[in-house]
Design a binder for this molecule. Structure first.
Ligand SMILES: NC(=O)c1ccc[n+]([C@@H]2O[C@H](COP(=O)([O-])OP(=O)(O)OC[C@H]3O[C@@H](n4cnc5c(N)ncnc54)[C@H](OP(=O)(O)O)[C@@H]3O)[C@@H](O)[C@H]2O)c1
Length: 234
């Protein structure tokens, strides 16, 4: 039986790169996003390249009802979860005092609450086996405030806080919790920005760092992965 990884928001960017890496390593995948067409494309692409199964579900994780439905699907579909990647996130730039009303709510719901509820909803599968790795997609914006970061930065500070709490709580269960803090990574989040490609990290580098952390012996945990463009933050 293949190992299983749950990755939220897997059709693009960092989530997709992690799915590609884990599928190459023989993991069955469960993922979600808001676009059924893109999910079907992802499933076909990954299953053509690797001998694994990709389970897909359309779910908007900014909504509690969809998050609960995804949790139910996960718990009904797989017996084990070896890796959980809380990756879903949206970036709406702005400043606290002038950003549109509702930015904070949307990004807290999408970037934080989705991970909180999903983790709570599936954690028993890891606790029962006393094993599993959780990767929480934080950001350099989790530790650095910058102009135009706005509510995104608030949501990512909160995600980092949640990740640290989980790390402490899950130590006795043999579950490793890793906070991933990438800098600027070339994905859809940056579409339309006029900055040379070489200035960004590759999503595949974040995926390789995740795989490296997973590959250590169970005696060790990489608590934080801080990874930046070689020339520094944008
Ligand atoms: N790129 C960067 O520079 C960077 C740096 C630091 C941290 N991060 C973090 O890394 C994570 C991934 O970012 P990315 O740049 O790879 O983003 P991306 O390219 O925009 O991909 C985001 C993925 O999440 C899905 N998604 C977005 N909103 C969703 C929702 N409400 N419900 C379900 N799925 C949703 C998207 O699909 P749909 O839109 O079709 O739903 C897509 O599959 C985020 O948490 C982001 O904050 C990114």
């Amino acid at each position: 039986m293949n190992k299983t990884a749950v990755i939220t928001g897997g059709t693009k960017g960092i989530g997709k790169a992690i799915i590609q890496k884990l599928a190459q390593e023989g993991f069955d995948i469960i993922t979600c996003s808001r676009s059924w067409d893109e999910l079907e494309e992802l499933k076909a692409e990954i299953e053509e390249d690797a001998d694994v199964t990709v389970h897909i579900m359309r779910a908007d994780l900014s909504l509690r009802t969809d998050t609960d439905a995804f949790i139910k699907t996960i718990n009904q579909t797989v017996d084990r979860i070896d890796i959980l990647v809380n990756n879903t996130g949206v970036f709406l730039p702005g400043e606290l005092t002038s950003e549109p009303e509702g930015n904070l709510e949307l990004m807290i719901q999408t970037n934080l609450y989705s991970a909180y509820h999903l983790t709570r909803g599936v954690i028993d599968k890891m606790k029962d086996r006393k094993s599993g790795d959780i990767f929480n997609m934080c950001s350099i914006a989790s530790i650095t405030a910058y102009p135009n970061g706005g509510s995104y930065s608030i949501s990512k500070f909160a995600m980092y806080g949640m990740s640290k709490v989980l790390r402490e709580e899950l130590k006795p269960f043999g579950i490793r919790v890793v906070s991933v803090l990438p800098g600027a990574t070339l994905t859809n989040s940056w579409s339309g920005i006029d900055i040379p490609e070489e200035r960004f990290m590759k999503a595949s580098d974040v995926a390789d760092a995740v795989w490296g952390a997973h590959s250590l012996s169970k005696n060790s945990v990489v608590e934080e992965i801080v990874i930046r463009p070689q020339l520094g933050d944008l």
